[in-house]
Design a protein around this ligand. Structure first.
Ligand code: GRF
Length: 202
């Protein structure tokens, strides 16, 4: 399966996928990496791996729809089976999603539907939950609302800061992402309402 990965930051999720893809048995390859900003470690990781990159900054476009179309055009040029938003800090629009129906995944550092939005780890810590985790889901039109592919649970420790908690979440998140993307790539999937069914459609 062909993966296009979108990043905005350190790209540790991307790196986990790049590492997994070095094994041909994994069943997937990262064919391109896109970003909404320059100068990030995520892009440097792609360049070190010899993978083509593209950048579209919202501010370079007349409006959000124009940006969305340019991003979708760049993604489509690499003919992906899966688009993985891995720490990509922008919401794509309906125009983008219509071109990759049920094919875009996102990771979120909390157990959805709890703590959606930009600060999943911080919000869980502030609430005082004793367990949190990460969620891999199929992107729909909402904010962290799509059908869930996988979740992983992480304990909250008494002395956690946002940083220590998020780091513990990210370790589990990367493992979940690698395992689930591999399964989707090798076995196929379909979305039935809220449910993601992994395995060939008969
Ligand atoms: C991940 O925890 C992701 O869920 C969150 O930001 C982090 C991205 O990390 N939205 P990285 O760029 O993959 O290292």
């Amino acid at each position: 399966a062909r993966l296009v990965v979108l990043v905005s930051g350190s790209g540790t999720n991307l790196q986990a996928l790049l590492d997994a893809c070095t094994d041909p048995a994994y069943g997937a390859e990262v064919v391109a990496v896109g970003a909404d900003r320059e100068g990030i470690e995520g892009l440097a990781r792609a360049e070190r791996a010899g993978i083509p990159t593209f950048v579209h900054k919202v501010k370079d476009y007349a409006d959000r729809a124009e940006w969305d179309r340019a991003l979708a055009d760049s993604v489509a040029a690499h003919a992906p089976d899966l688009v993985v938003s891995a720490g990509f800090m922008k919401l794509v629009g309906p125009g983008f999603l219509a071109r990759f129906p049920d094919r875009m995944l996102n990771t979120h550092p909390a157990l959805l539907p709890s703590f959606p939005g930009m600060h999943g780890a911080a919000d869980a810590l502030a609430y005082g939950v004793k367990v949190t985790g990460a969620t891999l889901f199929v992107v729909d039109g909402g904010v962290d609302t799509g059908p869930i592919v996988a979740q992983t649970v992480v304990p909250v420790e008494d002395d956690d800061t946002v940083e220590t908690l998020h780091e513990r979440i990210k370790v589990a998140e990367r493992a979940m992402l690698v395992e689930s993307v591999g399964r989707l790539a090798r076995e196929g999937w379909r979305v039935e309402g809220r449910h993601v069914r992994i395995g060939r459609v008969h």
